[in-house]
Design a protein around this ligand. Structure first.
Ligand SMILES: Cc1ncc(COP(=O)(O)O)c(C=O)c1O
Length: 401
C-alpha cells in the first residue's frame, strides 16, 4: 500500500526547515565501543568529549562479561511485564544494589530514566497537589510533570534556576496544596551546575514538601564514592526520592530507576503505568549495570580519576583562552553565542579529531549556544592534551582565543 503522500510531504517540509534553521541533527555512526577514543564511520579514530561514559565503564571487561553471562543464563528478556510473567532475580539484585548505592531503602528499575521519571510523577500526584520544578530541569522531568498535570489536574510551577527565594515564594503561594513536591536535577546537564540540595531540603522541611532529585549526571560522578549529589552535599539518606539512569556512568547501556522508601517502590510496582504495561529491563542490561555498581564500589579511584581529569581539562582549556562556565562537574560547557557558531565549531573540531557536540536554541537559551565537553575517567592526559590542542587550533580560526 502506498504511503500517505501528503503526510510525507509535510514531514519533508519540516525537515527542510530544520536544515534551513541549522538545527538539523546528523547522526554519526560509531564502529567501535564507546571509550576515550572512538572510531567514527568516515572520520576514523577521534577523541570523544560528548559521552556520558563518565567512569569509562561502557567497555569495561567485567561489565561486558556480566551482560554476556546474564544473556546466557536468563535469555533475551521477560517476554511480558513483570507482574504478569514474573521478574528475574537479577532485577531484585540490581534494585537492592542501586538503593544501597544512592542511600535509599529501596529502588525500582525502569527501561530508561526517562521512563522512570514519567512513571513516577503521574503516579504519586493527585488533583490538589502542587509540583514545583527548576527552570533548567531535564526534558524528561518537564514532560513527566506535563503528563501528570494532564492526567490528574494537579497544579504546577517553575522556579528560576537554583533561585531559593523563588522556590520559597512558589511554595508559599501554594501552601494550601494537599501535597507539595519539589523536582530538581542533581547536576544540570547543559550547565554542569549542582543543585543547592541542603537548601532545597531545608525549604522542603519548612513547607512540608517532598524532594525528588534526578541524579542522572551525578550517580557515579559526585561524592567521594560516586553516590551522587546527596553524598557530595553531605546529605546522603535525606532525599525523599532519587531517580537516575543506568545509561551514563553506570555502564552506559540503558535503564533507569526510582529510589526511595519501600512503600514508594511497592506503590510504583502496583500503579506506575510503565511497570504495568511495559517489559522490564533486559537481563543482560540489568547484569551489566549491577556489575557497574559493584565495580564503582570496589574501585573508588575511578571516581577520583574522573574528578582529576575534569579539573585538569578545565585548567588547560582556561589557560588556552576559553571561558567555560565555572563548575566542579565533568560537564564543561564553552559558550560561543550563536547556534550556528556552536555547530560550526563542533564540525571543525571533528575535522581536528575531537568529537564534541554543539548545542543551540531551543535546548539552551537564545544567544548562549555552546560546545559541551564531557570528561571521562577513561581519558588519559594525552587525550586531554590533544583535545585542548584541537580547541586552540579551532578557537584561533574562529577568533575565539
Ligand atoms: C537529567 C536527565 N534525566 C534523564 C535522562 C534520560 O536518561 P535515559 O537515557 O536513561 O532515559 C537524561 C539523559 O540525558 C538526563 O540528562
Amino acid at each position: 500500500m502506498a504511503l500517505n503522500h501528503e503526510f510525507t510531504q509535510a514531514l519533508r517540509a519540516q525537515l527542510d526547515q530544520l536544515r534551513a534553521d541549522s538545527v538539523y541533527k546528523q547522526l554519526l555512526y560509531l564502529d567501535s565501543p564507546q571509550d576515550a577514543r572512538v572510531r567514527i564511520e568516515g572520520h576514523g579514530e577521534v577523541i570523544i568529549l560528548s559521552s556520558n561514559n563518565y567512569l569509562g565503564l561502557t567497555n569495561e571487561p567485567s561489565v561486558v562479561e556480566a551482560g554476556i553471562e546474564a544473556l546466557r543464563r536468563f535469555g533475551a528478556g521477560t517476554g511480558s511485564v513483570r507482574f504478569i510473567c514474573g521478574t528475574f532475580t537479577i532485577h531484585r539484585e540490581l534494585e537492592a544494589a542501586l538503593a544501597e548505592f544512592v542511600g535509599c531503602p529501596s529502588s525500582l528499575s525502569y527501561v530508561s530514566a526517562w521512563n522512570a521519571n514519567e512513571g513516577l510523577t503521574g503516579t504519586i500526584v493527585e488533583e490538589g497537589d502542587f509540583v514545583v520544578s527548576d527552570a533548567l530541569n531535564h526534558a524528561s522531568i518537564i514532560d513527566s510533570i506535563r503528563l501528570a498535570k494532564t492526567a490528574t489536574r494537579c497544579t504546577t510551577g517553575v522556579y528560576r534556576h537554583s533561585d531559593m527565594d523563588d522556590l520559597r515564594a512558589k511554595l508559599e503561594a501554594n501552601k494550601g496544596a494537599r501535597r507539595k513536591l519539589i523536582w530538581t536535577d542533581g547536576v544540570f546537564s547543559m550547565e554542569g551546575s549542582i543543585a543547592r540540595l541542603p537548601d532545597i531540603l531545608q525549604i522542603a522541611r519548612d513547607h512540608g514538601a517532598i524532594v525528588i532529585v534526578d541524579d542522572s549526571h551525578a550517580t557515579g560522578v559526585l561524592g567521594a564514592e560516586g553516590r551522587g549529589t546527596a553524598e557530595h552535599c553531605g546529605v546522603l539518606g535525606e532525599v525523599d526520592i532519587i531517580t537516575s539512569t543506568l545509561g551514563k556512568a553506570l555502564g552506559g547501556a540503558a535503564g533507569g530507576f526510582v529510589a526511595g522508601s519501600a512503600e514508594l517502590t511497592d506503590y510504583l510496582t502496583q500503579r506506575s503505568r510503565p511497570q504495568l504495561f511495559s517489559n522490564a529491563l533486559p537481563p543482560t542490561v540489568a547484569a551489566s549495570a549491577l556489575e557497574a555498581v559493584r565495580f564503582t564500589k570496589s574501585n573508588p579511584e575511578r571516581v577520583s580519576t574522573l574528578r582529576a581529569n575534569a579539573s585538569y581539562f578545565r585548567e588547560q582549556i582556561v589557560e588556552a583562552g576559553f571561558k567555560p562556565l565555572p563548575g566542579e562537574t565533568p560537564i564543561v560547557p564553552i559558550i560561543v553565542g550563536a547556534t550556528s557558531a556552536a555547530i560550526r565549531m563542533s564540525a571543525m573540531l571533528l575535522a581536528e579529531g575531537v568529537f564534541v557536540t554543539g548545542f543551540g536554541f531551543p535546548v539552551v537559551p537564545q544567544g548562549e549556544a555552546r560546545v559541551r565537553c564531557q570528561i571521562s575517567a577513561a581519558h588519559t592526559k594525552d587525550d586531554l592534551d590533544a583535545a585542548v590542542r584541537a580547541f586552540k587550533t579551532v578557537g584561533r580560526k574562529l577568533n575565539l582565543v
